[in-house]
Write a new protein. Structure first.
Lengths: 425, 425
C-alpha cells in the first residue's frame, strides 16, 4: 500500500498498542492537529479534577493544614516518579523552581566544586538560555572561566569527537541538552559522560526535550547532574515546575547558592543560621507553587504506566513515518530535513526546513487555509518543528500535516501571509 | 456594653463597611475559625472558576497559542495590580519565582552595585530564610561582607535608633521585613529608608507580612527594592509566585545573577548572547508557572477595590479589639502580649505568648476540645500567632477565639496534648 495515503496511516493507528492513551487527553478540537507537545504538552483529562481537588479541598477546606497533609513532601514524591522515567533513584530527583533557576543552582555548585578548572563546555545547538545562564555564571565568578561551544558541522548534530576535542584537564563542567531543541539530535549520553569524567569534568544534562519522550538512564550513564522541564512531554501545564537530579554521592558535596526557606534542614525551627537539608531537599529554594506542582503528576503516572520503552518504540514509528513521507512528497518541493535520519540519534520531534518556513507555519496554523489548523513550532530562521508526543500523536495526524505541508508549497498558499514576526512566541 | 460579649462583637460585625467581602471567600466550615490568613490566605470564591478557565480554555483548548493570548505578559499585568497596593508604578513590580529566589536576585544585584562596601544589615526578628539568603550571598562573594543583625531589646520590636546605630559609610545593603513575622512589629519605612540612603546604602524591604495587610508606599518612601509573597494576605494559594519591586531609575543599574530565559530581551530570537530585557522584565528567570501565577489575580482585584486605607482601618479595629480582650481576660491567666500596643507600629496579626503555647495551639485546633477548631500559627518557642485578614476575619471570630484561649488555660485543657513537635509546619 502507498505509505502516502490516509488508509495506511489509519491502519497504523489501529494497530498502535498505545492508542488508548490518546483518549486520556483533552484533544477534542476536530479542526486541530497539535504537533507542539514538545513546547506545551496537551492537557491530561485527569488534571482538571486533580487541580479542583487541590483548590477546593486542600486549599479551600483544609487550608494551612494541607502542608502537613501532603504539600510539604509533594516536590519529593513527584520527583521520585520522574526518577523512574530517567533511570534515577527516588531520592535523586526533586521538583523545584524553573529549568533556568535549577541550571543556575547546579552549575554554580559544580563550578564551585571544580575550583581551579576554568573551562565550561557546551554547544551551539544548545537551548540559548542554557548558554545565557552559563554566561551569567562566568560574570558571577569574575570572568575566571571561559565558555567553549562545540560547533555543528551539519547544522543539526554534533559528534562525540567534536565534544571530545574540547575536553582537557582544565574542564570544569560540560552541559548539553540530551535532545537538541531544534533538530532533535540526541547525544550518546553514556559515551559523552564517560569522556567528560576521564578528564575530571562534571556532566550536567538538560533533559527538557528528552524526559517522557525517550528512555533516559542517568544512573547507568553515571551522570552527575541533570535538569529538565515538565511542560513538554510531561504535560504539566504552562510553566509547570522544573526538576533537578543530583547523583546520590554528589549531593553532599554540591551546594546551591540560594540558601532558601525550603532547602533548610528544619525551616520550622526558625533558627538564624542556615544548615542545608540532608539529601536532595537542599536544592530547593522557596515554597513550591502547589497548583503548578500538582499538575505534573497525572501525566507522569501515565508515562510510567505506558513504559518508556513502549513510548520510544511508538515515537520512532511516528518519526520514521514522518521522515518517509518527507522523502516521498516534501523533499521534491524544496523542503529539507533538519533532523538526523539515524534513529539512534533522534529524539521525538522532527524539524523540516524551508526558506519560507515562517509563512508556511502561518498557513499551517490558519484553519481557513486548508480546513484544519496544524500547530507546529516555528524556530528561527527556517525550522518547522513538528513535535511527536507518543501518548497522543497519531499516524493520521502526521499524514494530514504532511498533506498540508505539501499543498501549502505546491499551491503557494503561504504567500497570503506576511513575513513580519508579529507574535511573541 | 461589656466588650467581652458575643453581642458586642456582633454589633461591630454588623457595622463593618467591608463585611460583604467575607462572602467572597470559601469559608463555609461552621466549625472553623481561621486565624492563619497570614500563613496561607483563604480561597477567594472567584479563583476556582478563573483557574478552571486557565486549565480548560487557555491550556486545554488554546494550547501553545495562549502564550500570545495573555500568558506572556501576565507576570507584568498582575505585577502592575500589586503595584497599586504598595505605592509603586505599574512598571516597577513583576510577579516571579519565590520570595527566596527574588531576594537572592535583588540582594546579589545590590551587593554587586555596592562593590567596596562590606556591611549588610538586617535584624534578629527578620524571617530566618531572609537571613539564610544573605549568609549564602556572603559565601558566594567570598566572605568579603559581614552581616550585622540589630537586636531587639523587648523581643518584639526594634527602634529606628537601633538600626541607625549600625549604619555607616561601609553599609552596602539593609534588608528588613516591613512587618515582622512573629510580633507584627511594623517598621517606620520612610525614616529607615532615608537613614540608609544618607549613608549610601541600598534598602530592600520584605513585604511578605505587609502587602495586602497594611498600606505601603514604596515610591513615597523612595525605596530601592522590595520583595514579597502572595500566599498570605494576597490569597494567591499555596506557594503562589512571589513579586519583586525595583525603583524605575535603579532598574538599569541593577542586574540579576540568573540570566534566564524570560529575562532576556527577545527570547524567541534564540540568539546565543544574553542581553537583559529592558525594565522590570530583566528580573525574570524562567517560564512562570501560569496556574499559580493566575491564581493571584482575584484577591488582588478585591484588595484594590476595597482600598488599602479601608482595609487598614478595619485591621486596626480588629487588632485593637483583640488586644483589649487580651488585657481583659487573657493577661490575668498568664498570657503575655507579643505585639506592639502602639497601632502605628503594628501590622495585621497579633502574637500572644504563653509558656504552654504549643499545647494551647493543639487544643485550639482540635475541635473536639471546645466544639470549634481555631487555627492560629504556633511559632517557636512560645508564640500563638493570630492572623487578622481584614477582608474576612470577623469580630465575632476574635471574640470566640479569645473565649477558647481563656478556657483552655483556665480549665487546663491543653494538658491532654503532647509537647512533641509532631508536624512539619
Amino acid at each position: 500500500m502507498d505509505i502516502f495515503s490516509a488508509k495506511y496511516a489509519q491502519e497504523f493507528d489501529e494497530r498502535d498498542p498505545l492508542k488508548l492513551y490518546r483518549k486520556k487527553f483533552e484533544l477534542n478540537d476536530a479542526d486541530l492537529i497539535y504537533l507542539d507537545g514538545n513546547s506545551l504538552g496537551a492537557l491530561p483529562k485527569a488534571t482538571p479534577d486533580r487541580i479542583k481537588q487541590v483548590i477546593d479541598k486542600e486549599w479551600g477546606y483544609r487550608l494551612i493544614r494541607s502542608w502537613n497533609e501532603g504539600w510539604y513532601d509533594r516536590s519529593q514524591k513527584i520527583g521520585a516518579k520522574i526518577a523512574q522515567l530517567i533511570g534515577a533513584q527516588p531520592d535523586e530527583v526533586i521538583v523545584a523552581d524553573s529549568t533556568s533557576v535549577n541550571l543556575f543552582k547546579l552549575a554554580y555548585g559544580a563550578l564551585k566544586l571544580q575550583k581551579g578548572r576554568s573551562k565550561i563546555i557546551s554547544d551551539q545547538l544548545n537551548f540559548p538560555s542554557d548558554i545565557y545562564l552559563l554566561q551569567g555564571l562566568i560574570d558571577l565568578f569574575g570572568q575566571k572561566h571561559k565558555l567553549e561551544l562545540a560547533k555543528s558541522s551539519d547544522g543539526m548534530s554534533i559528534s562525540n569527537e567534536e565534544i571530545e576535542a574540547l575536553l582537557d584537564d582544565d574542564t570544569a563542567l560540560v552541559t548539553l541538552s540530551h535532545v537538541v531543541f531544534k533538530s532533535a539530535y540526541m547525544y550518546d549520553m553514556k559515551t559523552i559522560t564517560e569522556r567528560v569524567h576521564e578528564h575530571g569534568g562534571l556532566m550536567l544534562w538538560d533533559l527538557s526535550h528528552a524526559v517522557g519522550a525517550v528512555p533516559v538512564n542517568l544512573n547507568a550513564c553515571n551522570v552527575d547532574m541533570a535538569i529538565g522541564c515538565t511542560y513538554k512531554y510531561l504535560n504539566g501545564g504552562p510553566g509547570s515546575l522544573a526538576f533537578l537530579y543530583v547523583r546520590k554521592d554528589l549531593q553532599e558535596k554540591l551546594n546551591s547558592p540560594i540558601w532558601g526557606w525550603f532547602g533548610e534542614d528544619n525551616p520550622f525551627e526558625f533558627g538564624l543560621d542556615y544548615r542545608p537539608a540532608q539529601g536532595i531537599r537542599k536544592f530547593l529554594a522557596g515554597t513550591p507553587p502547589v497548583l503548578s506542582l500538582t499538575a505534573i503528576e497525572p501525566a507522569v503516572d501515565m508515562l510510567n504506566e505506558a513504559g518508556m520503552n513502549n513510548i520510544r518504540e511508538k515515537s520512532l514509528s511516528l518519526t520514521n513515518y514522518l521522515i518517509a513521507l518527507f522523502y516521498e512528497v516534501l523533499q521534491p518541493l524544496g523542503y529539507r530535513l533538519g533532523t538526523p535520519t539515524d534513529p539512534a540519534y533522534r529524539g521525538s520531534h522532527v524539524s523540516i526546513k524551508h526558506q519560507e518556513a515562517y509563512r508556511i507555519c502561518k498557513a499551517l496554523i490558519d484553519k481557513n487555509v486548508l480546513g484544519k489548523s496544524v500547530i507546529p513550532d516555528f524556530r528561527e530562521p527556517d525550522n518547522i518543528r513538528l513535535g511527536i508526543t507518543p501518548l497522543y500523536t497519531t499516524f493520521s495526524e502526521i499524514f494530514e500535516a504532511t498533506v498540508q505541508l505539501q499543498r501549502i508549497v505546491k499551491e503557494k498558499l503561504y504567500t497570503h501571509f506576511s513575513t513580519a514576526r508579529d507574535e511573541v512566541t
